[in-house]
Structure formats: C-alpha cells, structure tokens
Design a protein around this ligand. Structure first.
Ligand SMILES: NC(=O)c1ccc[n+]([C@@H]2O[C@H](COP(=O)([O-])OP(=O)(O)OC[C@H]3O[C@@H](n4cnc5c(N)ncnc54)[C@H](O)[C@@H]3O)[C@@H](O)[C@H]2O)c1
Length: 255
C-alpha cells in the first residue's frame, strides 16, 4: 500500500465494484491517503481480497439488489459509525448498435449501471443527510457526452448516471452532500480486455485502433481515474458540485 499525504484522513469510503480495475486501484489509493475502505463487489472473493490488501472491510454487494445494498450499508455503518464517501463505481459494458441489442442485454446494463447507482445511493443518502455531510462520486463515461459507435445500451446508461448526478446534487447540496461524476475515456482494465475479446476478431488490432481515440495515443490506467476520484472524495473539492470530470486522454479532441 502506497503512503500518501493523508488527503482522506479519518474518512470512511464505500466503493462498489472494488474487486477489479478502477475500483480496486481507488481502494488502494484512498487507503494510502488515510481512508478506511469498505470494499464491496458482486464478486465476494474479489471484494475480500481488495479489503485484505488495504486493511479495510469487505462485503459481497450486488448493486442491482435492493436488499444487498441496504443490508451491507447498514452493517457497514454499524461497524464504522459512518460513511463519508460513496464511490458508485460498479458497472458493466454493453456492446452493440441499438437494433442489435437484445432486451436482456439492455436491461442488464441498465440494472447494473443505473439502478445500481440509484440503489446504493438510496441506501447511503439518508445517513449522509443525517450527518449533514458526504461526497458521492458517480461513475459515468465520456461516452455519455460524445457518444460512440456500438455502445447504445452502455452510452444510455452512462448518460442516465450523469443526469442523475446533477439531479441528486440539486436535492442534496442543502445537506452538505456533494455529488459529482467521473467521465473516463478508455482505461486499460479487465473491462476493456473483455470487450476487446468479445467485439474484435483480432483483439490486439482492436487495442491499437482504440488507442488512437485518445490525443495521448494511449489508453488510461486505472490509477488515472483513481486520482480524480481522490480529489472529488477529499475536502479539497469542497466547492466542486455536480461536476462532470473528464479523465479521457483528450478523446473529445481526437476526432
Ligand atoms: N475501463 C474503461 O475504459 C471505463 C471507461 C469509462 C467508464 N468506466 C466505468 O468504470 C467502472 C469500473 O470499470 P472497470 O474498467 O474498473 O471494470 P472492471 O470490470 O475491471 O471492474 C468492475 C467491477 O464491478 C463489479 N460488478 C459488476 N457487476 C456488479 C454488480 N451487479 N454489483 C456490484 N459489483 C459489480 C465487477 O465484479 C468488477 O469487480 C464501470 O462503471 C465502468 O463502466 C470504465
């Protein structure tokens, strides 16, 4: 675990999808900055591994399941006394044009990416309202703003997360709760490896072609997004509300 400048000293941070990729990198970064990590994931072994690695607590939490969200949040609050930061990071990919997207895929992507943010937030927000304090970071995607071929369900889900972020902020600013969104470009995590395998006949050629989408000519790393989440989670961003923070290697300028 990396020793940081303790930018999250005394903060209790619940992360969804903490077993892999960006969620795991964020757990490691936040822990190094003094946070107590509540690592959750639908993959229980992965959640427990992250928790053990950052000396935090781990739970299986399926963000699509109301009972799972409510019971884990209640137990976490009983154990730690509070949740200062909620990082709604869990998400899945959905590849395909609209007319080629099955209803099943559409509903699965919406369930994890949108209902998941709704349910996890709904479990945590009353507690933050009571404490008159909190920072919620929602995982959107730059696709919410710029669109991308073959991403009908995924783009729609991430657009919904961005709109939800702004509506949540309008409601909760009065309670001292900040709600911001992260809009990453393509970040090299297991998520990208999976869709390269599923959607390109030659995954290596696919990787080379998606690298060109960024002005950097490279994909981002999970840590690049974790550093942005760190800023939004910390009190350094106390005047930052309803922001759409791009971490995209300039993908918007790379047309
Ligand atoms: N990697 C990218 O290029 C990229 C770009 C923009 C946005 N994002 C978003 O960032 C987030 C993290 O992506 P990643 O690249 O780290 O992916 P990842 O696949 O490495 O990690 C996602 C984690 O979410 C968990 N998860 C899946 N369904 C879940 C559920 N129902 N309940 C709880 N956890 C669940 C998985 O088990 C996994 O551990 C996602 O919301 C993704 O849409 C990723």
């Amino acid at each position: 675990m990396r020793e940081g400048a303790m930018r999250l000293k005394d903060k209790v941070c619940l992360i969804t999808g903490a077993g892999s990729g960006i969620g795991r990198a964020t757990a490691e970064l936040f822990a190094g900055e003094g946070a107590t990590i509540l690592a959750t994931d639908v993959d229980e072994a992965a959640a427990l591994k992250t928790a053990a690695d950052v000396a935090g607590r781990g739970w299986r939490l399926d963000v699509t399941d109301q009972a799972s969200c409510e019971s884990v949040v209640a137990e976490a609050i009983r154990e730690t006394g509070r949740i200062d930061v909620l990082f709604n990071n869990a998400g899945i990919a959905g590849v395909g044009k609209l007319h080629e997207t099955s209803l099943e895929l559409w509903e699965r992507v919406m369930a994890v990416n949108v209902r998941g943010v709704f349910l996890a937030s709904r479990a945590v927000v009353p507690h933050m309202i009571e404490r008159r304090s909190g920072s919620i970071v929602n995982m959107s995607s730059c696709i919410a703003e710029i669109g991308l071929a073959e991403r009908a369900s995924y783009g729609a889900s991430k657009g919904a997360v961005l709109a939800l972020t702004r509506c949540m902020q309008a409601d909760y600013a009065q309670f001292g709760i900040r709600v911001n969104a992260l809009l990453p470009g393509t970040i090299h995590t297991p998520f990208v490896d999976r869709y390269l395998k599923e959607s390109y006949p030659d995954p290596q050629a696919g990787l080379e072609s998606i690298k060109k989408r960024q002005l950097t000519g490279e994909l981002g790393r999970a840590e690049d997004v974790a550093y942005a989440a760190l800023y939004l989670a910390s009190d350094e961003s106390r005047f930052v509300l309803a922001a759409a923070m791009y971490v995209d290697g300039g993908v918007r300028g790379a047309k």
